[in-house]
Design a binder for this molecule. Structure first.
Ligand SMILES: [Zn+2]
Length: 152
């Protein structure tokens, strides 16, 4: 196994909610090494808000934690390779709260409304899974891309 730690396996892509242990495992590994996992789009907000909370509990401001995630994490559609920035993915959680209050998103949201519906941002893609790559700065692309290809 290379430098990346694989988590969850295919099973997580089929469950409707992440287990506490899965979230804990992701966070524990993400603090040490690059991590890649495959999730349902609907679970991405749950994982990333837990990651953000972890950083906040350990002393970062909410804004710094968001920035840290944005710089180190990317979501990639395994079907069409559309990338989603870490910051946008963290904010899905906030969007989820807002839609429950009746606020909706229109066409200029960069695909947020599709992510909220558990689908790929690309309107021509029906994939409902997402690869989450946590790659702390300094990990070379040569290690990153082949692994994404392997995992898709
Ligand atoms: Zn896609």
């Amino acid at each position: 196994m290379g430098v990346f730690k694989k988590l969850f396996g295919k099973g997580a892509a089929n469950s409707s909610e992440l287990k506490r242990e899965q979230i804990d495992e992701f966070i524990r590994n993400a603090l040490r090494e690059p991590v890649l996992c495959r999730l349902r789009v609907e679970n991405v907000g749950q994982l990333l808000s837990a990651l953000q909370l972890h950083f906040v509990i350990h002393g970062m401001s909410t804004a710094d934690a968001l920035e840290h995630i944005d710089q180190n994490l990317v979501g990639v559609c395994p079907a069409c390779r559309t990338h989603s920035a870490g910051k946008g993915l963290v904010l899905i959680t906030a969007y989820q709260g807002m839609t429950s209050m009746g606020i909706s998103f229109g066409g200029a949201s960069g695909g947020a409304e599709r992510l909220l519906a558990g689908k790929c941002r690309n309107r021509n893609c029906s994939c409902n899974a997402m690869l989450i790559s946590w790659r702390p700065k300094g990990t070379p692309d040569t290690l990153h891309k082949p692994y994404l290809d392997f995992y898709a």
